[in-house]
Design a protein around this ligand. Structure first.
Ligand SMILES: *Cc1c(COP(=O)(O)O)cnc(C)c1O
Ligand SMILES: [Zn+2]
Length: 417
């Protein structure tokens, strides 16, 4: 049973059937999945949702799958944490971390979009799934394709972090490193998708794939007791997640799951790759593509597919956008770890760094509820911290050596009896 009506062009409104299509034939606008909200209204209530298992499929009427999902039964419903220690440091009264660093199975929010895309590819009858990736998507497509019993081809910039490469290869996929940046990888993949007829999750299956991101927004609202927060800060790569968090709020309102939307959405990028942020700051509708140069490789998309709509979402919600330097990213990664015990990847450093900046600028008031979107795990981007942390002290296995060490540090020097 599906409530999907079909696909619709976001620009000219022309409608298309439920097929593996992603651009409008008439105006080249992107296609989006549409639903029969009137029919869903009677079916999907707070009560129904709350009684379902704790995974992203508890909102399944708002996801574009006809049958049961092929993969991703454990994806989603990650923790929303009240960050009391971080509140003190930042001088704010109500701060939450939505923690997709512990997403199942590959430790980033991409497990949400891939669960939908791989399930949909299977429904369409594809045998091969593929993607162009900045790293996390590669991990998730490879893992979920393995679980779904499908062949996969993964294309990445050749210079990605080691953990993202190993964390892809391990699933027995076909991994292809391209000499070039993500935008070049993506351009090549568009050509391959047409020629080989594979299901590229973020190209020809993109309208379905992107819907999975809505569950990140649904969960935030449900976990706050069906009360949307006043401010949500979201990292931007291709700019899809941020638009879908906004769509999630609008759908919840349309279905009567929430009464009103009084939420501002903020976009976060690294200074070394901030095309969407720059457009927002300059008040321009169109962004200018850039050549990425940042340690936040998962966000390093210089020509974001949904950049225009991301900027529009930010304007529509009365939010704002900011960027942070590589140094600020590392400071923020450490801050989150030292205050809340959460190790995020560089993208999370971008999001928290930007949140801190927006609070200091007075753009986000200190006495309103704030949600920081942590989308990936720090174990995958350890290179970024090389030389940035204290080295462990190395001693011999002798008590006197330890005594000496403790004494030299001048800390916790209390010897019993
Ligand atoms: C892909 C990714 C994003 C951003 O996703 P878009 O939808 O392309 O904007 C954010 N954080 C992490 C860790 C990612 O891997
Ligand atoms: Zn169109």
């Amino acid at each position: 049973m599906s409530f999907v009506k079909g696909l619709k062009c976001r620009e000219c409104g022309r409608e298309y059937p439920k097929e593996p299509l992603h651009v409008c034939e008439f105006c080249f606008g992107p296609l989006e999945v549409t639903y029969d909200y009137e029919a869903i209204k009677g079916v999907l209530t707070r009560d129904v949702i709350e009684k379902r298992p704790n995974n992203m499929w508890r909102y399944r009427e708002l996801l574009p799958i006809d049958g049961d999902p092929a993969v991703g039964y454990e994806a989603g419903f990650t923790p929303l944490i009240r960050a009391r220690n971080l509140e003190k440091v930042l001088g704010v009264s109500e701060l939450y971390i939505k923690n997709d660093a512990v997403s199942y199975p590959t430790l980033s929010f991409k497990d949400r979009v891939v669960s939908v895309a791989v399930s949909k590819a299977k429904e369409f009858g594809f045998e091969v799934v593929a993607c162009a990736s900045t790293g996390n998507l590669a991990n998730s497509v490879a893992a979920n394709a393995a679980a779904a019993g499908m062949e996969s081809y993964i294309f990445i910039p050749a210079d990605l972090e080691q953990s993202k490469i190993v964390g892809t290869l391990i699933y027995g996929t076909n991994l292809i490193g391209i000499r070039g940046n993500y935008d070049e990888v993506n351009r090549l993949c568009s050509e391959i998708a047409g020629k080989y007829g594979w299901a590229f999750v973020n190209i020809n299956i993109r309208p379905y794939y992107a819907e999975g991101s809505k569950t990140f927004g649904f969960e935030i609202v449900e976990q706050l007791g069906w009360k949307p927060p006043k401010h949500i800060v979201v990292p931007m790569a291709g700019g899809s997640l941020i638009t879908k968090v906004w769509k999630a709020l609008k759908e919840m309102k349309a279905l009567g799951l929430i009464d009103e939307i009084d939420t501002r959405i903020y976009g976060a990028q690294a200074t070394g790759c901030a095309p969407i942020v720059t457009a927002v700051k300059e008040g321009k509708e169109l962004f200018k593509p850039v050549k990425p140069n940042t340690i936040a490789k998962s966000l390093a998309i210089g020509n974001p597919a949904d950049g225009y709509y991301a900027a529009k979402t930010i304007r529509e919600s009365n939010g704002w956008a900011e960027d942070v330097s590589d140094e600020e990213i590392i400071e923020a990664i450490k801050l989150l770890a030292e205050t809340e015990g959460i190790f995020t990847e560089t993208a999370g450093g971008v999001t928290l760094g930007v949140t801190k900046k927006l609070i200091e600028q007075g753009r986000i008031p200190r006495d309103e509820s704030i949600v920081v979107s942590i989308t990936g795990n720090g174990l995958k981007t350890q290179e970024a911290l090389e030389g940035k942390l204290q080295e462990p002290a190395i001693i011999n296995a002798r008590l006197s050596d330890f005594d000496e060490l403790i004494k030299s540090q001048g800390k916790y020097y209390a010897v019993k009896g």
